[in-house]
Design a protein around this ligand. Structure first.
Ligand code: ZN
Length: 166
């Protein structure tokens, strides 16, 4: 809790908000003066002191509330507007593509027709900003294709299969 307060007080935005709120109060000083002392005449020194303290207190209170509200809005906004998207990446060499599209998928050892296995390997997050400024976090996956021979109980990656055929 103490650390949090320290962090807020040292925050640049917080200081800016405090200054902003204080300036707003300075513009309304006559209104505050009237509300506080019910007088339009000149104030005594102690009354000025009280006015200053009231403004300072109000500034800290309003500024803190404003700061928390802005922070909460920011958190909500960023969480709402940065959707997590799943991105897929295919990395095929020409030989691999040809094998995937054209070749018969029979086991090199026993000739049994193999089953296609598609797996996705996570490659980490990538922030993506589109042309219209739409931001999204893309969780990248590399799609890997391999083939499984049920007879030999062996799995071959596309790379392995193409390096054997060529
Ligand atoms: Zn086989």
């Amino acid at each position: 809790m103490k650390n949090l307060i320290k962090k807020i007080i040292n925050n640049k935005e917080y200081k800016e908000i405090l200054i902003f709120v204080f300036i707003l109060y300075i513009f309304r000083i006559n209104y505050i003066k009237r509300a506080l002392f019910q007088t339009k005449s000149r104030l005594t020194l102690s009354q000025y002191g009280l006015l200053f303290l009231t403004m300072l207190g109000a500034t800290v209170l309003m500024g803190t509330l404003l700061f928390i509200a802005i922070k909460a809005c920011n958190m909500f906004y960023t969480r709402k507007n940065v959707p997590e998207v799943k991105g897929k990446e295919w990395s095929f060499g020409f030989g691999e593509l040809k094998y995937f599209l054209v070749n018969k998928k029979n086991c090199k050892i026993c000739g049994t027709e193999m089953k296609k296995i598609t797996s996705e390997e996570p490659k980490g997050m990538k922030r993506d900003i589109s042309m219209d400024g739409y931001v999204s976090d893309v969780e990248m996956y590399e799609v890997k294709i391999s083939y499984y021979c049920p007879n030999c109980n062996k799995k071959y990656s596309l790379e392995e299969l193409t390096s054997k055929t060529e």
